[in-house]
Design a binder for this molecule. Structure first.
Ligand SMILES: Nc1nc2c(ncn2[C@@H]2O[C@H](COP(=O)(O)OP(=O)(O)OP(=O)(O)O)[C@@H](O)[C@H]2O)c(=O)[nH]1
Ligand SMILES: [Mg+2]
Length: 311
């Protein structure tokens, strides 16, 4: 066998150090691509105890009011019930499931939550003066009707009402409350939007949101967006929740929510809900409790301006 005469190329095996450096370079590049170098919103990750303590000692501006209601609205399977459970878990220091969430709901087209249900917020030591109201999910063609959601916000829909996607609750129905008390009305509305679905929201659904928003804005009811499922929307955040305010993708999704509903960025809170964990986590709790603190402050401001005094 003849030789070609050319000198065979000698390839050096990459050393472990080379590989480690390469991996670090790739990681730096992906962080650069997916994230900002600095957090674009300041957040103190060590404030969980302080947040919890402030919420536990919160007293309503009208002391005779037992609790203020906060109503959650959003598309099917975006984490409305999970957010209620997450607030409760963060405050109680253990995983709770008062509002039943559906583990297959993210892929379901019909709402798992069918009835209007109010959940009092509690800590390990007792009840706090807040309640979170769960609703059936909105859908572009079915789901809960915006008229029912609006009536529920104004306290006209009775607890336990089973939403009907065809007929809104009529004024002469047994489910309609003509003269709701202060505790029946919602003082803040929270739109729950899933970060991994925000760019595929159907325009007909957006119209339903806008219809609700227009009517309740006229009545001065504050509105907040809680953006859930951040872990499903950004690998950087899935890997480390503390990167949430470094993530370009999360910021972009929040801007999309803001454009879609006209809610200012300062009233949009990205969170990761408890959904598969068996213990609570301080970073998740900080995001959940920070959002909740802002929600209860806005609700209480609204309560202060309420002219109705019955409870
Ligand atoms: N990865 C991830 N999954 C979540 C998060 N929040 C909720 N989920 C999951 O999303 C699915 C839907 O959650 P639900 O809380 O039932 O949503 P919902 O909006 O109440 O749904 P309906 O009652 O059907 O309208 C469930 O599988 C949850 O486990 C989150 O922040 N991250
Ligand atoms: Mg639900």
């Amino acid at each position: 066998m003849g030789s070609s005469g050319s000198t065979p190329e000698v390839r050096a095996e990459p050393s472990t150090t080379d590989l480690a450096e390469l991996l670090q370079a790739i990681e730096r590049l992906s962080v650069f691509h997916l994230g900002f170098q600095h957090q674009w919103r300041n957040i103190d990750w060590g404030q969980k105890a302080a947040l919890k303590q402030r919420l536990e000692s919160f007293s309503l501006s009208r002391t005779h009011v037992q609790f203020i209601k906060i109503l959650l609205v959003g598309e099917v399977g975006v984490g409305k019930s999970s957010f209620i459970n997450s607030v409760s878990s963060a405050l109680q220091g253990r995983i709770t499931s008062g509002a039943l969430a559906d583990s297959s709901a993210a892929h379901s087209s019909t709402s798992f939550t069918q009835r209007l249900r109010t959940h009092r917020v509690r800590t390990a030591n007792g009840l706090l003066p807040f309640a979170l109201c769960d609703t059936m999910g909105l859908e572009s063609l079915a789901g809960s009707l915006p008229e029912d959601i609006i009536n529920a916000i104004f306290g006209h829909v009775k607890e336990g009402y089973r939403f009907d996607h065809k007929n809104a609750v009529a004024q002469d129905s047994e489910h309609y409350a003509r003269n709701p008390d202060l505790c029946d009305k919602a003082f803040c509305v929270v739109y729950i939007i899933a970060a991994d679905k925000v760019n595929v929201i159907d325009e007909r659904l957006v119209e339903k949101f806008r219809k609700i928003r227009k009517i309740i804005s006229e009545k001065g009811i504050p509105q907040v967006i809680v953006m859930t499922r951040v872990d499903e929307a950004c690998p950087l955040v899935k890997n480390d929740l503390k990167m949430i305010y470094n993530s370009r993708r999360i910021r972009r999704k929040m801007e999309m929510c803001s454009d879609m509903l006209g809610v200012a960025m300062s009233f949009i809170f990205p969170v990761k809900n408890y959904h598969e964990e068996i213990d609570t986590d301080d970073d998740m709790d900080v995001l959940i409790l920070k959002a909740f603190e802002q929600i209860v402050h806005l609700a209480d401001d609204r309560l202060m301006n309420e002219t109705d005094d019955r409870c």
